[in-house]
Design a protein around this ligand. Structure first.
Ligand code: GDP
Ligand code: MN
Length: 402
Protein backbone atom coordinates (compact mmCIF):
# COMPACT_ATOMS: atom_id res chain seq x y z
CA UNK A 1 0.00 0.00 0.00
CA UNK A 2 1.35 3.37 -1.01
CA UNK A 3 0.71 6.25 1.35
CA UNK A 4 0.78 9.99 0.76
CA UNK A 5 3.81 12.13 1.56
CA UNK A 6 2.08 13.70 4.57
CA UNK A 7 1.42 10.28 6.14
CA UNK A 8 4.92 9.10 5.25
CA UNK A 9 6.32 12.16 7.00
CA UNK A 10 4.31 11.43 10.12
CA UNK A 11 5.86 7.94 10.24
CA UNK A 12 9.33 9.47 9.91
CA UNK A 13 8.58 12.06 12.58
CA UNK A 14 7.37 9.29 14.90
CA UNK A 15 10.88 7.82 14.70
CA UNK A 16 12.37 11.19 15.61
CA UNK A 17 13.46 12.18 12.11
CA UNK A 18 13.56 15.85 11.08
CA UNK A 19 10.67 16.80 8.80
CA UNK A 20 9.37 20.33 8.23
CA UNK A 21 5.96 21.07 9.73
CA UNK A 22 3.11 20.67 7.27
CA UNK A 23 -0.62 20.94 6.78
CA UNK A 24 -2.79 19.24 4.19
CA UNK A 25 -5.43 21.29 2.38
CA UNK A 26 -8.20 20.15 0.05
CA UNK A 27 -9.04 23.59 -1.40
CA UNK A 28 -7.25 26.87 -2.14
CA UNK A 29 -8.66 28.75 0.84
CA UNK A 30 -7.55 26.05 3.27
CA UNK A 31 -4.10 26.19 1.65
CA UNK A 32 -4.10 29.93 2.16
CA UNK A 33 -5.01 29.56 5.82
CA UNK A 34 -2.17 27.07 6.29
CA UNK A 35 0.26 29.39 4.53
CA UNK A 36 -0.84 32.32 6.71
CA UNK A 37 -0.01 30.28 9.81
CA UNK A 38 3.48 29.46 8.54
CA UNK A 39 4.11 33.08 7.48
CA UNK A 40 2.97 34.23 10.94
CA UNK A 41 5.46 31.79 12.47
CA UNK A 42 8.28 33.44 10.51
CA UNK A 43 8.45 31.61 7.17
CA UNK A 44 9.61 33.77 4.27
CA UNK A 45 8.11 31.44 1.69
CA UNK A 46 5.94 28.36 1.71
CA UNK A 47 6.02 25.33 -0.56
CA UNK A 48 2.77 23.87 -1.91
CA UNK A 49 2.94 20.26 -3.04
CA UNK A 50 0.45 18.03 -4.85
CA UNK A 51 -0.48 14.96 -2.82
CA UNK A 52 -0.70 12.17 -5.36
CA UNK A 53 0.75 8.68 -5.12
CA UNK A 54 3.22 9.10 -7.99
CA UNK A 55 6.72 10.49 -8.20
CA UNK A 56 7.97 13.34 -10.35
CA UNK A 57 5.47 15.84 -9.02
CA UNK A 58 8.07 18.60 -9.20
CA UNK A 59 8.62 18.12 -12.93
CA UNK A 60 4.87 18.02 -13.52
CA UNK A 61 4.40 21.44 -11.90
CA UNK A 62 3.03 19.93 -8.69
CA UNK A 63 5.60 21.51 -6.33
CA UNK A 64 5.66 25.32 -6.19
CA UNK A 65 6.88 28.04 -3.87
CA UNK A 66 4.87 31.05 -2.75
CA UNK A 67 5.94 34.24 -0.95
CA UNK A 68 2.55 35.58 0.15
CA UNK A 69 -0.81 34.14 1.25
CA UNK A 70 -2.34 35.39 -2.04
CA UNK A 71 0.32 33.62 -4.01
CA UNK A 72 -0.06 30.44 -1.91
CA UNK A 73 -3.78 30.41 -2.65
CA UNK A 74 -3.22 30.94 -6.37
CA UNK A 75 -0.53 28.28 -6.55
CA UNK A 76 -2.70 25.83 -4.63
CA UNK A 77 -5.59 26.52 -7.02
CA UNK A 78 -3.33 25.80 -9.99
CA UNK A 79 -1.96 22.59 -8.48
CA UNK A 80 -5.43 21.36 -7.48
CA UNK A 81 -6.43 21.72 -11.13
CA UNK A 82 -3.61 19.45 -12.31
CA UNK A 83 -3.76 15.82 -13.31
CA UNK A 84 -0.38 14.20 -12.70
CA UNK A 85 0.34 10.95 -14.53
CA UNK A 86 -3.38 10.39 -14.88
CA UNK A 87 -4.24 11.15 -11.26
CA UNK A 88 -6.30 14.27 -10.49
CA UNK A 89 -4.80 16.25 -7.61
CA UNK A 90 -7.32 16.39 -4.76
CA UNK A 91 -5.16 17.78 -1.97
CA UNK A 92 -1.97 19.70 -1.37
CA UNK A 93 0.59 19.78 1.39
CA UNK A 94 1.71 23.21 2.61
CA UNK A 95 5.01 23.65 4.46
CA UNK A 96 7.42 26.46 5.25
CA UNK A 97 9.84 26.43 2.30
CA UNK A 98 13.32 25.20 2.95
CA UNK A 99 16.39 27.13 1.82
CA UNK A 100 18.20 24.26 0.13
CA UNK A 101 22.00 24.09 0.08
CA UNK A 102 22.31 20.57 -1.29
CA UNK A 103 20.07 17.61 -2.08
CA UNK A 104 20.80 13.94 -1.33
CA UNK A 105 19.05 10.63 -1.85
CA UNK A 106 18.57 8.15 0.98
CA UNK A 107 16.29 5.13 1.05
CA UNK A 108 15.72 1.80 2.77
CA UNK A 109 14.11 -0.99 0.80
CA UNK A 110 13.71 -4.74 0.84
CA UNK A 111 16.43 -6.53 -1.10
CA UNK A 112 14.67 -9.85 -1.67
CA UNK A 113 17.64 -11.70 -3.12
CA UNK A 114 19.82 -10.75 -0.12
CA UNK A 115 16.91 -11.24 2.33
CA UNK A 116 17.95 -8.02 3.98
CA UNK A 117 17.03 -4.40 4.17
CA UNK A 118 19.14 -2.44 1.73
CA UNK A 119 20.06 1.16 2.44
CA UNK A 120 20.89 3.16 -0.67
CA UNK A 121 22.29 6.63 -0.69
CA UNK A 122 23.57 9.11 -3.23
CA UNK A 123 24.88 12.64 -3.18
CA UNK A 124 22.83 13.24 -6.32
CA UNK A 125 19.50 13.90 -4.67
CA UNK A 126 16.37 15.40 -6.14
CA UNK A 127 16.62 13.26 -9.26
CA UNK A 128 15.20 9.77 -9.61
CA UNK A 129 17.56 7.08 -8.38
CA UNK A 130 17.01 4.98 -11.53
CA UNK A 131 18.47 7.87 -13.49
CA UNK A 132 21.56 8.00 -11.26
CA UNK A 133 21.88 4.21 -11.43
CA UNK A 134 21.86 4.33 -15.23
CA UNK A 135 24.19 7.28 -15.63
CA UNK A 136 26.61 6.96 -12.73
CA UNK A 137 26.15 3.73 -10.75
CA UNK A 138 29.33 4.37 -8.76
CA UNK A 139 27.61 7.39 -7.19
CA UNK A 140 25.28 5.11 -5.23
CA UNK A 141 26.34 3.61 -1.91
CA UNK A 142 24.60 0.38 -0.86
CA UNK A 143 24.72 -1.18 2.59
CA UNK A 144 22.64 -4.08 3.94
CA UNK A 145 21.12 -3.70 7.39
CA UNK A 146 20.69 -6.62 9.74
CA UNK A 147 17.07 -7.81 9.87
CA UNK A 148 17.17 -7.95 13.68
CA UNK A 149 19.70 -5.28 14.66
CA UNK A 150 18.81 -2.69 12.06
CA UNK A 151 21.47 -0.40 10.64
CA UNK A 152 24.56 -0.32 12.88
CA UNK A 153 26.38 2.89 13.68
CA UNK A 154 29.46 2.11 11.64
CA UNK A 155 27.29 1.28 8.64
CA UNK A 156 25.42 4.56 8.97
CA UNK A 157 28.72 6.44 9.26
CA UNK A 158 30.00 4.77 6.12
CA UNK A 159 26.90 5.96 4.25
CA UNK A 160 27.27 9.49 5.63
CA UNK A 161 30.88 9.74 4.52
CA UNK A 162 30.07 8.28 1.11
CA UNK A 163 27.52 11.08 0.66
CA UNK A 164 30.05 13.71 1.70
CA UNK A 165 28.14 14.45 4.88
CA UNK A 166 31.08 14.11 7.23
CA UNK A 167 30.43 17.60 8.55
CA UNK A 168 26.90 16.50 9.54
CA UNK A 169 27.82 13.04 10.71
CA UNK A 170 25.64 12.86 13.80
CA UNK A 171 22.50 13.97 11.95
CA UNK A 172 23.20 11.82 8.90
CA UNK A 173 23.76 8.73 11.05
CA UNK A 174 20.52 9.34 12.95
CA UNK A 175 18.58 9.76 9.71
CA UNK A 176 20.02 6.65 8.03
CA UNK A 177 19.29 4.56 11.11
CA UNK A 178 15.88 6.21 11.39
CA UNK A 179 14.87 5.16 7.88
CA UNK A 180 15.57 1.53 8.75
CA UNK A 181 13.78 1.93 12.09
CA UNK A 182 10.76 3.40 10.27
CA UNK A 183 10.80 0.47 7.90
CA UNK A 184 10.94 -2.12 10.67
CA UNK A 185 8.40 -0.38 12.92
CA UNK A 186 5.79 -0.29 10.16
CA UNK A 187 6.71 -3.34 8.06
CA UNK A 188 7.38 -1.08 5.10
CA UNK A 189 8.76 -2.28 1.76
CA UNK A 190 10.26 1.10 1.00
CA UNK A 191 11.13 4.25 2.92
CA UNK A 192 12.59 6.80 0.54
CA UNK A 193 13.68 10.36 1.27
CA UNK A 194 14.44 12.28 -1.92
CA UNK A 195 15.60 14.85 -1.39
CA UNK A 196 17.21 14.59 1.97
CA UNK A 197 18.22 18.23 2.02
CA UNK A 198 20.92 20.24 3.69
CA UNK A 199 19.05 23.45 4.47
CA UNK A 200 20.17 26.87 5.66
CA UNK A 201 18.39 28.23 8.69
CA UNK A 202 18.84 31.28 10.82
CA UNK A 203 19.37 30.49 14.46
CA UNK A 204 17.97 32.36 17.46
CA UNK A 205 20.87 34.85 17.50
CA UNK A 206 20.62 35.49 13.80
CA UNK A 207 23.46 33.08 13.12
CA UNK A 208 22.98 30.98 9.99
CA UNK A 209 23.22 27.23 10.51
CA UNK A 210 22.88 24.23 8.26
CA UNK A 211 20.98 21.07 9.06
CA UNK A 212 19.60 17.98 7.35
CA UNK A 213 15.86 17.72 6.76
CA UNK A 214 13.68 15.08 5.06
CA UNK A 215 12.01 17.29 2.45
CA UNK A 216 10.14 14.54 0.66
CA UNK A 217 9.06 11.11 1.88
CA UNK A 218 7.75 8.08 0.11
CA UNK A 219 6.69 5.00 2.06
CA UNK A 220 5.21 1.77 0.74
CA UNK A 221 3.75 -0.60 3.31
CA UNK A 222 3.78 -4.37 3.01
CA UNK A 223 0.14 -5.32 2.40
CA UNK A 224 0.63 -8.74 3.96
CA UNK A 225 1.79 -7.14 7.21
CA UNK A 226 -1.03 -4.58 7.42
CA UNK A 227 -3.11 -6.71 9.80
CA UNK A 228 -0.29 -6.18 12.32
CA UNK A 229 -0.73 -2.41 12.04
CA UNK A 230 -4.44 -1.61 12.18
CA UNK A 231 -3.59 2.07 12.83
CA UNK A 232 -1.97 2.34 9.39
CA UNK A 233 -5.21 1.34 7.65
CA UNK A 234 -6.36 4.94 8.17
CA UNK A 235 -3.58 6.03 5.80
CA UNK A 236 -5.12 4.17 2.89
CA UNK A 237 -6.05 6.83 0.35
CA UNK A 238 -9.44 5.83 -1.00
CA UNK A 239 -9.27 8.78 -3.42
CA UNK A 240 -6.64 6.96 -5.38
CA UNK A 241 -7.67 3.38 -4.87
CA UNK A 242 -8.55 1.52 -8.06
CA UNK A 243 -12.26 0.57 -7.72
CA UNK A 244 -11.42 -2.95 -8.91
CA UNK A 245 -8.88 -3.36 -6.09
CA UNK A 246 -11.42 -2.07 -3.58
CA UNK A 247 -14.02 -4.56 -4.79
CA UNK A 248 -11.53 -7.43 -4.66
CA UNK A 249 -10.50 -6.61 -1.12
CA UNK A 250 -14.12 -6.28 -0.03
CA UNK A 251 -14.70 -9.90 -1.06
CA UNK A 252 -11.36 -11.18 0.23
CA UNK A 253 -10.25 -12.08 -3.28
CA UNK A 254 -6.60 -11.70 -4.31
CA UNK A 255 -6.74 -10.12 -7.74
CA UNK A 256 -3.93 -8.71 -9.82
CA UNK A 257 -4.69 -7.41 -13.25
CA UNK A 258 -2.34 -8.37 -16.08
CA UNK A 259 -2.18 -7.64 -19.80
CA UNK A 260 -3.46 -10.85 -21.39
CA UNK A 261 -6.85 -12.06 -22.64
CA UNK A 262 -7.53 -15.21 -20.58
CA UNK A 263 -9.33 -14.41 -17.35
CA UNK A 264 -8.42 -16.89 -14.62
CA UNK A 265 -10.58 -17.89 -11.65
CA UNK A 266 -8.78 -20.27 -9.34
CA UNK A 267 -8.87 -21.34 -5.70
CA UNK A 268 -5.46 -21.22 -4.07
CA UNK A 269 -2.52 -18.96 -4.85
CA UNK A 270 -0.20 -21.76 -5.94
CA UNK A 271 -2.82 -23.29 -8.19
CA UNK A 272 -3.53 -19.82 -9.62
CA UNK A 273 0.14 -19.38 -10.53
CA UNK A 274 0.30 -22.85 -12.05
CA UNK A 275 -2.80 -22.03 -14.07
CA UNK A 276 -1.16 -18.87 -15.38
CA UNK A 277 1.96 -20.83 -16.34
CA UNK A 278 -0.07 -23.38 -18.25
CA UNK A 279 -2.05 -20.68 -20.04
CA UNK A 280 1.27 -19.30 -21.22
CA UNK A 281 2.50 -22.73 -22.23
CA UNK A 282 -0.68 -23.20 -24.26
CA UNK A 283 0.21 -20.03 -26.17
CA UNK A 284 -2.07 -17.61 -24.33
CA UNK A 285 -1.59 -14.72 -21.95
CA UNK A 286 -3.38 -14.56 -18.59
CA UNK A 287 -5.50 -11.45 -18.04
CA UNK A 288 -5.15 -11.69 -14.29
CA UNK A 289 -4.07 -13.56 -11.24
CA UNK A 290 -7.12 -14.40 -9.15
CA UNK A 291 -7.25 -16.48 -6.00
CA UNK A 292 -10.84 -16.81 -4.93
CA UNK A 293 -9.77 -18.22 -1.58
CA UNK A 294 -11.07 -21.18 0.40
CA UNK A 295 -14.72 -22.23 0.50
CA UNK A 296 -15.53 -20.42 -2.74
CA UNK A 297 -19.16 -19.50 -2.04
CA UNK A 298 -21.62 -18.35 -4.68
CA UNK A 299 -21.28 -14.66 -3.82
CA UNK A 300 -17.49 -14.87 -4.13
CA UNK A 301 -17.75 -16.66 -7.45
CA UNK A 302 -20.06 -13.91 -8.66
CA UNK A 303 -17.70 -11.18 -7.43
CA UNK A 304 -14.74 -12.88 -9.10
CA UNK A 305 -16.68 -13.07 -12.35
CA UNK A 306 -17.46 -9.34 -12.16
CA UNK A 307 -13.80 -8.50 -11.52
CA UNK A 308 -12.64 -10.61 -14.46
CA UNK A 309 -15.26 -9.25 -16.87
CA UNK A 310 -14.59 -5.66 -15.83
CA UNK A 311 -11.38 -6.03 -17.82
CA UNK A 312 -12.30 -5.34 -21.46
CA UNK A 313 -9.33 -7.38 -22.72
CA UNK A 314 -10.75 -10.64 -21.40
CA UNK A 315 -11.88 -12.92 -24.24
CA UNK A 316 -12.24 -16.21 -22.38
CA UNK A 317 -12.45 -17.34 -18.77
CA UNK A 318 -10.60 -20.32 -17.42
CA UNK A 319 -12.02 -21.63 -14.16
CA UNK A 320 -9.83 -24.05 -12.26
CA UNK A 321 -11.25 -25.19 -8.94
CA UNK A 322 -9.95 -27.89 -6.69
CA UNK A 323 -12.87 -29.06 -4.60
CA UNK A 324 -12.11 -30.07 -1.05
CA UNK A 325 -14.34 -28.44 1.48
CA UNK A 326 -15.53 -26.45 -1.51
CA UNK A 327 -18.09 -28.63 -3.27
CA UNK A 328 -17.74 -28.75 -7.04
CA UNK A 329 -21.48 -28.79 -7.74
CA UNK A 330 -21.94 -25.63 -5.67
CA UNK A 331 -19.21 -23.87 -7.59
CA UNK A 332 -20.77 -25.00 -10.89
CA UNK A 333 -24.16 -23.60 -9.89
CA UNK A 334 -22.50 -20.42 -8.66
CA UNK A 335 -20.72 -20.01 -11.98
CA UNK A 336 -23.92 -20.37 -14.00
CA UNK A 337 -25.76 -17.92 -11.76
CA UNK A 338 -22.91 -15.45 -11.90
CA UNK A 339 -22.67 -15.72 -15.65
CA UNK A 340 -26.39 -15.20 -16.08
CA UNK A 341 -26.13 -11.99 -14.06
CA UNK A 342 -23.43 -10.49 -16.29
CA UNK A 343 -24.11 -8.12 -19.15
CA UNK A 344 -21.14 -9.45 -21.10
CA UNK A 345 -20.53 -13.14 -21.69
CA UNK A 346 -17.33 -14.65 -22.97
CA UNK A 347 -16.54 -18.33 -23.52
CA UNK A 348 -15.85 -20.16 -20.28
CA UNK A 349 -13.83 -23.33 -19.82
CA UNK A 350 -14.23 -25.00 -16.45
CA UNK A 351 -12.11 -27.59 -14.76
CA UNK A 352 -13.44 -28.74 -11.42
CA UNK A 353 -11.80 -31.67 -9.67
CA UNK A 354 -12.28 -33.14 -6.22
CA UNK A 355 -15.48 -33.21 -4.20
CA UNK A 356 -18.59 -33.70 -6.38
CA UNK A 357 -16.65 -33.13 -9.60
CA UNK A 358 -18.86 -35.46 -11.63
CA UNK A 359 -22.00 -33.65 -10.64
CA UNK A 360 -20.32 -30.34 -11.40
CA UNK A 361 -19.50 -31.55 -14.90
CA UNK A 362 -23.10 -32.68 -15.52
CA UNK A 363 -24.47 -29.32 -14.40
CA UNK A 364 -22.05 -27.38 -16.60
CA UNK A 365 -22.47 -29.55 -19.67
CA UNK A 366 -26.25 -29.32 -19.38
CA UNK A 367 -25.79 -25.55 -19.61
CA UNK A 368 -23.45 -25.86 -22.63
CA UNK A 369 -20.34 -24.79 -20.74
CA UNK A 370 -17.11 -26.30 -21.96
CA UNK A 371 -15.41 -28.49 -19.35
CA UNK A 372 -12.00 -30.10 -19.06
CA UNK A 373 -10.45 -32.82 -16.94
CA UNK A 374 -6.77 -31.94 -16.97
CA UNK A 375 -5.34 -28.48 -16.49
CA UNK A 376 -3.41 -28.73 -19.76
CA UNK A 377 -6.63 -29.51 -21.58
CA UNK A 378 -8.42 -26.63 -19.85
CA UNK A 379 -5.68 -24.16 -20.76
CA UNK A 380 -5.60 -25.30 -24.39
CA UNK A 381 -9.39 -25.02 -24.69
CA UNK A 382 -9.43 -21.54 -23.10
CA UNK A 383 -6.69 -20.28 -25.41
CA UNK A 384 -8.53 -21.71 -28.43
CA UNK A 385 -11.80 -20.13 -27.29
CA UNK A 386 -10.12 -16.73 -26.87
CA UNK A 387 -8.59 -17.03 -30.34
CA UNK A 388 -12.03 -17.70 -31.81
CA UNK A 389 -13.36 -14.58 -30.11
CA UNK A 390 -10.28 -12.49 -30.94
CA UNK A 391 -10.69 -11.88 -34.68
CA UNK A 392 -14.42 -11.36 -34.26
CA UNK A 393 -13.92 -8.57 -31.76
CA UNK A 394 -11.23 -7.01 -33.93
CA UNK A 395 -13.53 -7.07 -36.96
CA UNK A 396 -16.13 -5.01 -35.15
CA UNK A 397 -14.27 -2.05 -33.71
CA UNK A 398 -17.45 0.02 -33.76
CA UNK A 399 -18.94 -2.32 -31.20
CA UNK A 400 -16.05 -1.81 -28.82
CA UNK A 401 -15.92 1.96 -29.32
CA UNK A 402 -19.57 2.66 -28.90
P1 GDP B 1 8.80 14.96 -6.30
O1 GDP B 1 9.15 15.71 -7.53
O2 GDP B 1 7.46 14.30 -6.42
O3 GDP B 1 9.85 13.99 -5.89
O4 GDP B 1 8.63 16.04 -5.12
P2 GDP B 1 9.72 16.64 -4.11
O5 GDP B 1 9.07 16.87 -2.81
O6 GDP B 1 10.94 15.80 -4.07
O7 GDP B 1 10.06 18.05 -4.72
C1 GDP B 1 10.72 18.19 -5.95
C2 GDP B 1 11.78 19.25 -5.87
O8 GDP B 1 11.21 20.48 -5.45
C3 GDP B 1 12.86 18.96 -4.83
O9 GDP B 1 13.88 18.15 -5.32
C4 GDP B 1 13.35 20.34 -4.50
O10 GDP B 1 14.34 20.74 -5.42
C5 GDP B 1 12.14 21.20 -4.69
N1 GDP B 1 11.59 21.51 -3.37
C6 GDP B 1 10.78 20.75 -2.60
N2 GDP B 1 10.54 21.33 -1.41
C7 GDP B 1 11.22 22.50 -1.42
C8 GDP B 1 11.40 23.55 -0.48
O11 GDP B 1 10.89 23.53 0.65
N3 GDP B 1 12.18 24.60 -0.86
C9 GDP B 1 12.78 24.65 -2.08
N4 GDP B 1 13.55 25.70 -2.37
N5 GDP B 1 12.65 23.69 -2.99
C10 GDP B 1 11.89 22.61 -2.66
MN1 MN C 1 11.04 13.67 -4.29
Amino acid sequence: MKIQEADAKSLLAAQGLPVPPWQVARDPSAARAAAERFFAAGAERVVVKAQVLVGGRGKAGGVRLAATPDEAEAVARAILALTIKGIPVRKVLVSPAADIVAEYYLAALVDRSARRILVMGSAEGGVEIEEVAARNPAAIVRIHADPYLGLLDWQARRIAFALGLGAHLREAVAIAKGLVATMRANDADLVEVNPLALVREVGPEGIPTERLVCLDAKVTLDDSALPRHPELEAMRDLDEEDPVDLEARRHDISYIRLDGTIGCMVNGAGLAMTTMDLVKRAGGEPANFLDIGGGARADRVAAAMRLILADPNVRAILVNIFGGITRGDEVARGLLEARAAQARTVPMVVRIVGTNADEARRILEAADVETATSLDEAAAKAVAAAARVGPMAAAEPSEANR
